[in-house]
Each structure stands twice: as C-alpha cells, then as structure tokens.
Design a protein around this ligand. Structure first.
Ligand SMILES: *[C@@H]1O[C@H](CO)[C@@H](O)[C@H](O)[C@H]1NC(C)=O
Ligand SMILES: *[C@@H]1O[C@H](CO)[C@@H](O)[C@H](O)[C@H]1NC(C)=O
Ligand SMILES: *[C@@H]1O[C@H](CO)[C@@H](O)[C@H](O)[C@H]1NC(C)=O
Ligand SMILES: *[C@@H]1O[C@H](CO)[C@@H](O)[C@H](O)[C@H]1NC(C)=O
Length: 267
C-alpha cells in the first residue's frame, strides 16, 4: 500500500517537475496540456492487496534438505513451470517434495537412467496445478485417483488415515511428513519417499545398498508391491500418532517459514 502511494506521489512529482521545467517549456511552443493531476487517494482505484510472491527455488533451498529435488527441478527447468503456476495466484500450486533421504534410498541409476522427458514428467507428477491446504486433502481423497501436474494418466491417490496423509503412487506410498509452506497460492509438503508412477517405472525400482543399520521406522510404510512383495500393509497404524504429531510440527515449521519469508520480503 505504502509503496503504491509513494509511487503515485513520485509520478506526480515527476510530472510537475517536467511540466514546469523551463527547458521543456521552451521546446513546446503551444502551452502544454494541463499537467496530469494526480487523483486524491480516495478516488484512486484501491490497490488490491499484493499477492504474496513466493520464490520457490529460494524456499526449497532454505527448507529441507531438498537439494536433490531442487537440482532436478533446475536441471529440467521444471522449476520455471512450477514458479509460473505459483505466480497464478488464483490457482496456485501444491508440490510434494521428497527429502534428500528419499532419493538416497533408491539406487541412483534409477534416476540417471531416465530420459529427459521421463525425468520432467516424474517431477511434474509431484505436484498439482492448484493450491490445496492440508485440510482440503480429506475431501480431495474422495476424488481418487487425482490428476497431477503431469497430466492424464499420471494420477495419485490420497488417503487420510486418522490425520496422517498418504500420497499413493504405484510403487510407493509416502506420508506427508511435514508442511513446509502452506499459504495460498503455494503449498509445499515434504515426503519421506519419492513418488514412483507405473508409467515411468515398469517395476519397483531397486533400493540403494543400505548404508548403516536401516532405521526401524520409515521402512515400514512402503506400498505393498506386487513385484517384490515388500511387506507393509497394516504397518501404518503404529506410527499414526507420531505422524499426526509430525504434521503438526510441520505446520509450525511452515508458519516459521512464512514469517521468515515475510521478513525476507521486508529486506
Ligand atoms: C513470477 O513472478 C515474479 C514476480 O512478479 C517474476 O519476477 C518471475 O519472473 C515470475 N516467474 C515466472 C516463471 O513466471
Ligand atoms: C541403468 O542402466 C544401466 C545400463 O543400462 C543398467 O545396468 C542398470 O541396471 C540400470 N539401473 C536401473 C536401476 O534400472
Ligand atoms: C469438504 O466438503 C464438505 C462437503 O462438500 C464441505 O462442507 C467442506 O467445507 C469441505 N472442506 C474443505 C476443507 O474444503
Ligand atoms: C487409486 O484408486 C483407484 C480407485 O480407488 C484405483 O483404481 C487405483 O488402482 C489406485 N491407484 C493407485 C496407484 O493406488
């Protein structure tokens, strides 16, 4: 608001200076048309509240760690697609961002073997071209399968299991582990696994060789998989309270991020 008023004021000052400048006055033989009169503030069109601009690359680089996902987004230019969707403040964007550990869990050649188009599609598969708050997922889950940003055959199923929200692809069923940012028009939710659609992965991609002792939780909510028969069905109940808690803390994190974001804007 202030900036808008200042801009109008500055424009008015410039207009007055120009019209009263002797040099200019001499050049124009007929008296110049009346200098544009700036409207009194009450008559000026009320400036709409500036939509909150979110720089996705910046957000993903400070939150996270989401470096792997961000690197892929930048390498493929999908970051531009997401950013321009985020700029459409009426629709907005929802992005599911797998943590670095989620990518590290899968054999690395899985991703380096993809063609450029497949990688792009995989990234677009991690988003909806619309803003959804966590509260809206329950309703959205009634519309399963839900189309992603990647277009028609690339769908996801959402499930709300006592407050824990799961995002199901063919070969993985990650849980939303935190809400990184959720202020219209941008929603960014962290996932503990990469989404793996069957149109890109004809079979369950191999896991990376386990480094240290594998964490006990985390391996428990793999999607039941016809090919490898990874056990997992029914194991989701035990950690649903901690999951709800983690989504809760995530929202707090999101608020902190949002506050930090507005501070950054003030700078
Ligand atoms: C999004 O909006 C910002 C701020 O208006 C602008 O600088 C940026 O170029 C836009 N990006 C895209 C991809 O449309
Ligand atoms: C990637 O491609 C190489 C060479 O074709 C192959 O040996 C490897 O198994 C592939 N990796 C995966 C995960 O499919
Ligand atoms: C979910 O749908 C119900 C019934 O259509 C509606 O009343 C409610 O507001 C919706 N909730 C959200 C969060 O959109
Ligand atoms: C999603 O749900 C639909 C309808 O319930 C089902 O047909 C489809 O197989 C599910 N897709 C996945 C990836 O689980």
């Amino acid at each position: 608001m202030m900036e808008f008023k200042e801009a109008i004021f500055a424009a008015a000052v410039v207009a007055v200076l120009l019209s009263s400048s002797p040099a200019l006055a001499q050049k124009k033989s007929p008296p110049a048309a009346p200098a544009p009169v700036s409207l009194p503030p009450s008559l000026a069109p009320a400036p709409a509240p500036a939509p909150h601009y979110v720089d996705l690359a910046e957000l993903l680089s400070v939150a996270g760690p989401f470096h792997t996902f961000l690197n892929y987004l930048e390498k493929t230019n999908v970051i531009e697609t997401f950013q321009s969707q985020a700029n459409k403040t009426k629709e907005g964007v929802t992005i599911f961002v797998p943590k670095d550990s989620a990518f590290a869990a899968i054999k690395q050649s899985t991703f380096s073997n993809l063609t450029g188009d497949q990688l792009k599609t995989l990234l677009l598969y991690h988003a909806f071209p619309k803003f959804y708050s966590l509260a809206e997922f329950k309703n959205l889950s009634e519309l399963n399968p839900v189309n992603t940003f990647a277009g028609a055959p690339y769908t996801l199923n959402l499930t709300d299991d006592m407050g824990s929200i799961y995002v199901q692809s063919m070969w993985s069923k990650p849980k939303i582990s935190s809400s990184v940012y959720a202020t219209k028009p941008v929603a960014v939710y962290a996932l503990n696994k990469v989404l793996l659609p069957m149109q890109i992965f004809s079979k369950d991609p191999p896991l990376a060789p386990a480094p240290a002792p594998a964490p006990v939780s985390g391996a428990s909510d793999l999607a039941p998989s016809p090919a490898s028969g990874k056990a997992g069905a029914g194991s989701g109940k035990a950690d649903s309270t901690s999951a709800a808690f983690s989504v809760g803390t995530g929202i707090v994190n999101g608020l902190v991020m949002a506050a930090a974001g507005s501070l950054m804007l003030l700078w």
